[in-house]
Design a binder for this molecule. Structure first.
Ligand code: NAD
Length: 256
């Protein structure tokens, strides 16, 4: 229960979905957690406090430079340092489709939140981590950073490929300064994001057919990976991609 004892963690998009489950797990492992989100974080903070954890919320749009700077300052002033950045905020927009028909606004918004948001988190967290003597950055990409998706979503897939490339770049730049940077690549997990996208049974089956284990992931299974990357248990691991996907990226043909 103390795999993150003494660590201060900033989680973007931690008010719901995978980020929220991660925030609760990190707090249960002894971390002080700051949730930075556009949405209401009260429920997440109260749940962590009710379990005896330390947490704080800061309103933040990850595409807004000042807001991200403020989120890092809030973290350091509230808990004294910053050791882990869990760059989790991300979107998949409903009309994201093929390159011919995807609205450019959808492309730009997706790239802004998923890619620029990840960069801004790193931009302001890295100096704070250096001041703390080092740290770990966990950038949430996706299995689609490694392979084309079964349903067209060109903006989202492109954005997650960029997150993976950015992760390697940052890992190499800071490898000798005590900051590690890894990508976490989940397969499909039924969070509000995916539920919105896979709105009917036919769409869900279209995805399930590609998952060798025959089911969607559970948020806790992704949080387990995030915890490993955030903690010192992964101390000689940087610039890597941890894929947690029920076997999707291992399969050529899915067994019956
Ligand atoms: P979600 O929609 O359930 O939650 C995303 C959270 O991010 C929300 O709390 C939302 O308010 C917040 N957010 C959105 N835009 C923001 C912004 N501009 N600034 C700050 N916060 C913002 O999504 P999720 O399924 O929990 O996804 C979390 C991450 O995991 C995303 O990066 C997503 O791309 C990635 N991912 C999800 C799946 C999946 O199947 N659910 C698979 C692979 C990768």
């Amino acid at each position: 229960m103390d795999r993150l004892a003494g660590k201060v963690v900033l989680i973007t998009g931690g008010a719901s979905g995978l980020g929220r489950v991660g925030a609760e797990r990190f707090a249960a492992e002894g971390a002080a957690v700051v949730i930075a989100d556009l949405g209401d974080g009260d429920e997440a903070i109260e749940a962590i406090a009710a379990s005896g954890g330390d947490a704080s919320y800061v309103n933040c749009d990850v595409t807004d430079e000042d807001a991200v700077r403020n989120a890092v300052e809030h973290t350091v002033s509230t808990f004294g340092a910053l050791h882990v950045l869990y760059n989790n905020a991300g979107v998949m927009i409903g009309d994201d489709d093929d390159p011919v028909s995807t609205p450019l606004d959808t492309y730009r918004r997706t790239m802004d939140i998923n890619v620029l948001g990840t960069l801004l988190g790193c931009r302001f967290a890295i100096p704070a981590m250096l001041a703390a003597g080092g740290g770990s950055i966990v950038n949430v990409a996706s299995f689609v950073a490694h392979m084309g998706a079964a349903t067209p979503q060109v903006a989202y897939t492109t954005s997650k490929g960029a997150v993976l490339a950015m992760t390697r770049e940052i890992a190499v730049i800071y490898a000798r300064q005590g900051i590690r940077c890894n990508a976490l690549c989940p397969g499909p997990v039924m969070t509000p994001m995916l539920a919105k996208f896979l709105s009917d049974d036919a769409k869900r089956q279209r995805r399930l057919v590609h998952i060798p284990m025959g089911r969607f992931g559970h948020p806790a299974e992704i949080a387990n990976g995030a915890l490993f990357l955030a903690s010192d248990e992964s101390s000689w691991m940087t610039g890597q991609s941890l894929i947690i996907d029920g076997g999707i990226t291992a399969a050529y043909v899915t067994p019956e």
